[in-house]
Design a protein around this ligand. Structure first.
Ligand code: PMP
Length: 394
């Protein structure tokens, strides 16, 4: 385990946190926020209020209250097409973040290697460092649509203990098609010693009929070494409730009894009641948000494609667009030099009051992340200011 001061240097998280704070300070149009613009359904809030008034304030089981594990197993069946035993293969966690951290603690010894694609969700690097793993980063630039190829995965996996996969992707919004998932699954079958963690928390936000697909559906023999991670943060717009899940092989789920016991102990029952209501109740919020986000994706993509020099692969999910803006590097805005993505985001914020997250937070410094979950009326204004900023570069 590394000393705390080494752990505090997590660069991606730092850039992300600093930019988010600046956005709020400036009262700007925030195209940096990583959660949907909804407060969570009313029946969910009512369920939490009822649990509170019922005095449900004891220690729940370490792997989560049975009703929530059952609700998650039902969700796993409905959306992933996978049967998971709620008593042996499902564990409730404090968000997807804790699910990933604890899964890696269960699977990795110090010095083991974890592989994942770049761009990555910022915390993957920090978590890998916390568990003292070696990282094998697999570059997926805009020129390959930010997607991992089967050949690249095949070449990368020898010696790897865990492959961490995120689909739909944060920050790129890219979604792997059924055929692409099948081709990657074929590669995984060839590497029987590799555990696979699938961070699929945006799986209800997929556009254009691409659909959400997973490795176990493609190659059922992978089931014994695939761990699914999901949470209610994005699907129901409930990031502050801190509820996530893993569904995976019993040997991994069992490890969570010890891990949860010594980290979070358990997810509180009031929060559990809200999560059960979200998972089991009407599913109109995620469906409605998905339709809204597809229309906003179109707006952002059209705006990016209209700017000469910007390269923007077409995202088909989540709520992010990840344009390559490196054509701006070496130019200036009103005398302010732009050498890299961080300069670009700072100048854009200062000059136009528009906040985005620099791509280097995600390991890809040629790009920046635009999130389109701001209030709907602000999005066209933000995009227009973005266009103006580019037009004013000299
Ligand atoms: N994985 C990805 C890809 C994410 O984008 C996020 C949050 N932005 C998380 C995990 C963490 O989610 P949670 O709020 O459930 O911890």
């Amino acid at each position: 385990m590394k000393p705390a001061n080494t752990l505090l240097t997590g660069t991606g998280t730092t850039i992300f946190t600093v930019m988010s704070a600046l956005a709020v300070q400036h009262g700007s149009i925030n195209l940096g926020q990583g959660f949907p613009d909804t407060d969570g359904p009313q029946d969910v809030l009512q369920a939490a209020a009822d649990a509170l008034m019922d005095g449900r304030n004891q220690y729940p089981p370490l792997t989560g209250v049975p009703e929530l594990r059952q609700a998650w197993a039902a969700h796993e069946r409905r959306f992933y097409g996978i049967e998971a035993d709620p008593d042996r293969e499902v564990v409730v966690t404090s968000g997807a973040t804790e699910a990933i951290t604890a899964s890696l603690m269960a699977l990795l010894d110090p010095g083991d290697t974890i592989a994942f694609a770049v761009p990555y969700w910022t915390t993957y690097v920090d978590i890998a460092e916390i568990v003292d793993a070696k990282m094998r980063l697999l570059p997926c630039p805009a020129s390959q649509n930010y997607k991992l190829t089967p050949a690249q995965l095949d070449a990368a996996l020898p010696g790897v203990k865990v492959f961490l996969f995120n689909n739909p992707n944060n920050p790129t919004g890219m979604v792997y098609t059924k055929d692409e998932i099948a081709a990657l699954a074929d590669v995984l079958v060839k590497h029987p010693d590799v555990w696979v963690i699938c961070d699929d928390i945006y799986n209800r936000m997929v556009f254009d009929g691409v659909g959400y697909h997973n490795f176990v559906n493609a190659r059922p023999e992978l089931r014994d070494r695939v761990i699914h991670v999901d949470s209610i943060s994005k699907t129901y717009g409930m990031p502050g409730w801190r509820v996530g899940f893993i569904a995976g092989p019993e040997v991994v789920a069992q490890a969570f009894t010890t891990l949860n016991s010594n980290h979070i102990t358990n997810v509180p029952e009031i929060v559990t009641a809200a999560a059960v209501a979200a998972l089991s109740g009407p599913q109109d919020v995620p469906a409605q948000k998905c339709a809204e986000f597809q229309a906003r994706r179109d707006q952002v993509l059209a705006a990016m494609n209209a700017i000469p020099g910007v390269v923007c692969p077409r995202p088909e999910g989540a709520f992010y667009v990840f344009p390559d803006i490196s054509c701006a590097f070496g130019k200036s805005h009103n005398g302010v030099k732009i050498a890299n993505d961080v300069d670009f985001c700072n100048a854009l914020l200062e000059a136009k009051g528009v906040a985005c997250v620099p791509g280097s937070a995600f390991g890809e410094p040629h790009a920046l992340r635009i999130s389109y979950t701001c209030p709907a009326e602000q999005l066209p204004k933000g995009l227009e200011r973005f266009r103006e900023f580019f037009a004013e570069l000299a």
